[in-house]
Design a protein around this ligand. Structure first.
Ligand code: CXF
Ligand code: ZN
Length: 389
């Protein structure tokens, strides 16, 4: 990958004044304004963002759906690509000018989770929606030009021309020659989240049957992962019939619109699959949908993978006795991928065409139009809208 024209070293070690989309309150329109971005500290990286897209987790955080996680003013955004502007002391695997993607689910490489091959959690840099400042010193690297701190989001904060993230939350994809920078952006959250859920968490195998509830970018990435693994039946469930056209291109073989169904969706799916699917994936973040997903799998071995963001307070809509029917349920974050160590290989596979990325980018807008891009996602018109900086 050729770096964009960058790296004169002039800004290294200095505060950068640049534009960012700042959210001042839950659900309030983003304000594009000048902010200060402080230099990266030990083991941190300052990134010039080239593209950022929007994921439903940004929408959920921006709306303040989970009360305990509210923090404003804040810079949202966690799916992006960029070029390294400068690095703090101790950073060795990333250098100025490298093409990178930030990851919200970091990998320090040293904690008991990072050392355990069964998990992609990280003690220090795993998803912590409560965190709003840098892990190392509990401070923000962003401030208004009047010096008021602006909070971080999900270890990343990408709706800004420059961001600072810990090096544990940066994946170096500089070597990936086969994907352009726009496609690399997709690898920062939605696509690995979905594909990895099918590959790493469910282990979807050739000939298996799958139901995907919610056909946004993550649900479609699950479908694409299942297709690539040779699943023979992939049932897409969504209330928006427009989603089916795109879904077909990504491997979905059958479609159910719950609004048109005469019986519960799980009953319909059981009829279509001789008792239930092998795997179901809940990508809508709705309790009733999760129950349908759970009941749509086959007794004895069915597995439901939860990917959707559920607002709190909500508990699993399942009676413990129902687990005695042999259906299982598990959550999945970032598709089970360990970001820094496994994403480069995943990127290479995508570059080889194992996973088709072409259909995920539906819109592109200048970063200043972030409010419009949010509308497109919330109204179900876009899958991924790339904001360019
Ligand atoms: C989510 C997954 C659940 C926790 C918050 C982040 N993934 C990406 O947007
Ligand atoms: Zn996301």
């Amino acid at each position: 990958m050729t770096s964009p024209e960058f790296a004169n070293g002039e800004t290294r070690g200095k505060i950068i004044t640049c534009k960012a989309a700042v959210a001042y309150g839950p659900g309030e329109p983003f304000v594009i304004e000048q902010i200060h971005v402080h230099p990266p500290q030990n083991m941190e990286v300052r990134i010039k963002i080239l593209y950022s897209s929007i994921c439903h987790t940004d929408v959920s955080g921006w709306k303040g759906e989970n009360e305990a996680q509210r923090a404003f003013p804040r810079i949202f955004g966690h799916e992006a690509s960029g070029v390294v502007e400068s690095v703090g002391k101790g950073v060795s695997e990333i250098k100025e000018g490298d093409i990178v993607v930030p990851i919200f689910n970091g990998e320090c490489g040293e904690c008991c989770y990072c050392k355990c091959e069964k998990s992609n959690m990280c003690e220090r840099f795993g998803v912590n929606p409560m965190r709003k400042v840098m892990e190392s010193d509990g401070r923000s690297r962003f401030s208004t030009i009047h010096g008021k701190p602006i909070f971080h989001f999900m270890n990343t904060s990408t709706f800004t021309e420059y961001t600072v993230v810990d090096s544990a939350c940066v994946v170096n994809l500089h070597h990936v020659q086969t994907l352009n920078i726009k496609k690399l952006t997709l690898l920062s959250c939605g696509v690995p989240t979905g594909v990895g859920a099918a590959w790493n968490i469910a282990n979807v195998h050739s000939g298996s049957s799958v139901a995907v509830f919610g056909l946004g970018a993550v649900g479609l990435a699950v479908a694409e992962g299942a297709r690539a693994s040779g699943a023979s039946k992939i049932i897409g469930v969504d209330i928006n019939p427009d989603k089916f056209i795109k879904a077909q291109a990504l491997g979905v073989t059958d479609f159910i619109n719950p609004r048109e169904a005469e019986k519960p969706v799980y009953e319909r799916i059981r009829e279509m699959t001789n008792g239930g699917v092998d795997f179901s994936f809940e990508c809508a973040g709705l309790s009733d949908v999760l129950r349908d997903a759970f009941l749509s799998t086959h007794e004895g071995w069915g597995l439901t993978v939860v990917l959707g963001i559920h607002t709190s307070p909500r508990l699993l809509p399942i009676h413990p006795m129902e687990l005695f029917d042999g259906r299982r349920i598990v959550g999945s974050v970032f598709g089970g991928f360990k970001g820094r160590s496994q994403l480069p290989h995943f990127a290479t596979k995508c570059g080889r065409g194992v996973v088709k990325l072409d259909d995920f980018i539906t819109h592109e807008l200048p970063f200043e139009e972030v409010n419009k891009a949010f509308d497109l996602l919330i109204s179900g018109k876009s899958l991924r809208c790339l904001l360019h900086f």
